[in-house]
Design a binder for this molecule. Sequence first.
Ligand SMILES: NC(=O)c1ccc[n+]([C@@H]2O[C@H](COP(=O)([O-])OP(=O)(O)OC[C@H]3O[C@@H](n4cnc5c(N)ncnc54)[C@H](O)[C@@H]3O)[C@@H](O)[C@H]2O)c1
Length: 262
Amino acid sequence: MIKVGIIGAGGKMGKEVARTILNDPETKLCAALDISAHGIDVGKLLEMPELGVIATSSMDEFLANELDVVVDFTRAEAVKTNIPKVLQKRVRAVIGTTGLDQELVSSLEKLAVENDTAVFIAPNFAIGGVLMMKFAKEAVKYLPDVEVIELHHDKKVDAPSGTAVKTLEDMAENREPKRQGMADEYEKIPGARGGEYQGMHVHSVRLPGMVAHQEVIFGGLGQILTIRHDSFSRESFMPGVLIAVKRIGEYKGLVYGLDKLL
Ligand SMILES: NC(=O)c1ccc[n+]([C@@H]2O[C@H](COP(=O)([O-])OP(=O)(O)OC[C@H]3O[C@@H](n4cnc5c(N)ncnc54)[C@H](O)[C@@H]3O)[C@@H](O)[C@H]2O)c1
């Protein structure tokens, strides 16, 4: 039985993770941390009978539980404060929170190595999302004219999405930097051409009704290739989260991206 603690247990993803951990015969939900759910039974958060696992806002209380793996779906600033304490206790961490900068990722890697444990970070836990990134990385070798449109719900704080950043980073490995569009193009409304990563443009849409969606559009002579992935519900991320929770014990240090575990 893998003993799991969830940080961000009262959030949209955290609640879905809690349900998944409770329903899997190989995992046990042992602790929950959330600054906005202190003292609330996780069962109540999930609108089901009480479970006896009470969410806390205190990291010390949370880590007083015996845990094998901590799953984090919060905000980048919270990861920076909380995950070092998890790794220093030699507990493995699975992080789905996006918007982590390179400095933070490197410091978590260092801490994991120093404490002989592991940290897993994935900007996208949906298997289809991982395949979208893999196919885009391949397609860009042949069709280097590319733009990315990512679409998310309007409660998302970081832009572009972690998935869009990872897609751009992956494609950049197979593409010479080249600015997309006319050299003398100009914006009549600032930001109209979106963000830019090594010449590839990225556009972020935020609307109610959306969950997590992305299109990678490649243009060629007389043709367009569109690779699109849609997560219609947060359930789409759960098989990936379970794979990470169950397999992170086989690794030490940093593992980045669900593709490494498939
Ligand atoms: N990797 C993926 O596949 C994937 C998928 C969906 C969302 N995400 C990311 O997951 C993160 C959470 O998304 P969400 O929609 O669940 O957000 P949310 O706002 O619904 O939930 C975040 C929760 O974290 C809690 N929190 C904030 N700071 C905290 C702290 N310091 N300590 C403890 N708890 C804290 C909040 O109280 C809240 O309940 C975002 O970064 C989002 O981009 C990743």
